[in-house]
Structures are given as C-alpha cells and as structure tokens.
Design a protein around this ligand. Sequence first.
Ligand SMILES: [Zn+2]
Ligand SMILES: [Zn+2]
Length: 92
Amino acid sequence: MRPFDAPIEPGTGPGCALCGRSTYDPDKRGVPWVRAVAGGRQVLICPECQREQADWAANLDRCAACGGTRLGVMLGQIVCRACGYTTARAGA
Ligand SMILES: [Zn+2]
Ligand SMILES: [Zn+2]
C-alpha cells in the first residue's frame, strides 16, 4: 500500500529540493538553478520554484556570518560562497 506519487523527500535526489524536478540545463537567458544547503545537505532549487514560490529560500540554511543562502557542502563543512565563512556541518 505504498502510493506511487509519494512526495520526494527534500534533498534526497539529484533534482529540485522543492518540486522534485530533475536537473536540466536552463535557458541561457533564464534563471540558473540555485545550489544551497538545507539541513546540512546540498540541495538544488529549480528556476521555476524560484519564480513561483516566494518563500523558496525559507527552509534553506543560512550563513551565520552574512545571512546568505549561497552555501555549499565541501569536505563535511558548509562554505558560504558569498563571504567564505566556513562552519562544520551539523551532526558531522
Ligand atoms: Zn522546483
Ligand atoms: Zn556568508
């Protein structure tokens, strides 16, 4: 009794963390996919969700130094691409 359309858990696959859409190369004139971190894991947000969901960044982790969401996971650490601030990944 497992529904086929069960929602994809955010951050588990190589697709949009919000809608589950598979990654694709966006139109060169369009909005690029956003790489961010949610719950200590690298996630991607598709251009459609950025455009259609005003609070698409609400669940993303934020840099403790600058408050930005442009974070990346590297070697078990979370690195802010805006200011370079590095934090140990939660639970690591
Ligand atoms: Zn999406
Ligand atoms: Zn920062």
